[in-house]
Design a protein around this ligand. Sequence first.
Ligand SMILES: C=CCOC(=O)Nc1nc2cc3[nH]c(NC)nc3cc2c(=O)[nH]1
Ligand SMILES: [Zn+2]
Length: 368
Amino acid sequence: MKFTLKKRERNTSARRGTLVTPHGVIETPIFMPVGTHAAMKAMTPTQVRETGAQIILSNTYHLHLRPGEDLVAKAGGLHAFMAWDGPILTDSGGFQVFSLPNKRITDDGAYFRHEITGEEIFLDPARAMAIQEALGADIIMAFDECIPYPCDRKYAAISTRKTLRWAELCKKAHTRKDQALFGIVQGSVFEDLRALCAKELVQMDFPGYAIGGVSVGEGLELLKRVVEYTAPFLPDDKPRYLMGVGLPEDILESVERGIDMFDCVIPTRYARSATLFTNRGRIRLTNRKYRRDFYPVDPNCSCYTCRNFTRAYLHHLFNANEVLSAILSSIHNVHFYLNMMAEIRRAIEEERFSEYKRTFLDSYLKGK
Ligand SMILES: C=CCOC(=O)Nc1nc2cc3[nH]c(NC)nc3cc2c(=O)[nH]1
Ligand SMILES: [Zn+2]
């Protein structure tokens, strides 16, 4: 996998790059829609492609539980199984489980109790590598502990050292050369732990680095600070992935501070609960005020949904509990995110990212 920096912004740390993977080229900064169970919810691969998505995410933990990585491998791997011929990244998905009470973390790994069957699953570096290698994603993530927020410094220090030890074990266990293994920086909100973790991971020399342990309830101010003091320790010529981020405003602030890759369930999850993104903020389509509103969701949007349907129609679909409501809303929200990323890339190329961010947020946050 090869990352090339194409442009650095003069007055911010925003950067424009190209990431070449075995399944295609990714233009960064990029947003990666999340397809947890090897599927983008309510969208076909063709529809996902049409939104401008270049790379999608799937979750190791969930696919290990069902249908199991051996079955996916027998199907020819994730790309064949889900008919997505673009790049795929697998993260743990254990994050959701990490945040659940029913898990036990030891020095060697983590025990997750399956919320449905109650069956206990043990994940450790070697197993996490074996599962992701069988699934066949282009980018796989080191097995780490996502430190919850808040947490005391002592716990964060011990956990961060463990994540570093696990990163070493992942590197040893990872054999497939056509897969890129990214290291994950932990350290909670403690600047010195973040610096120490980043420096030691860089010493291990990964093809890319993620900043983990964020978007765990710390809020935008702390997120900005963590990114601000962690990103500079990461190599300029390697991709930087901020896990689980986020809302449009979180993404803009993090691009400004040097992040290249993002993932979040927000666009797809909000779509299914009728919350849609527009360049004047979010709208709740089940609200009665859209009953007779014959405008598109976002008059400036060029997606299939905005070109063919009105807010009144989507309001009706949600009221009638039609499956089509989830499909059309997901197409719009994912398109909205990917369109924003395309505008960000152009703004960086034309050295006007700060102005783009200000204009976008003025309209988006104040509904101007
Ligand atoms: C197979 C193992 C691969 O391990 C991982 O993927 N680890 C990992 N995933 C995360 C996912 C997150 N989502 C959010 N917010 C929605 N924050 C996240 C933070 C992490 C994290 O610190 N680590
Ligand atoms: Zn649209």
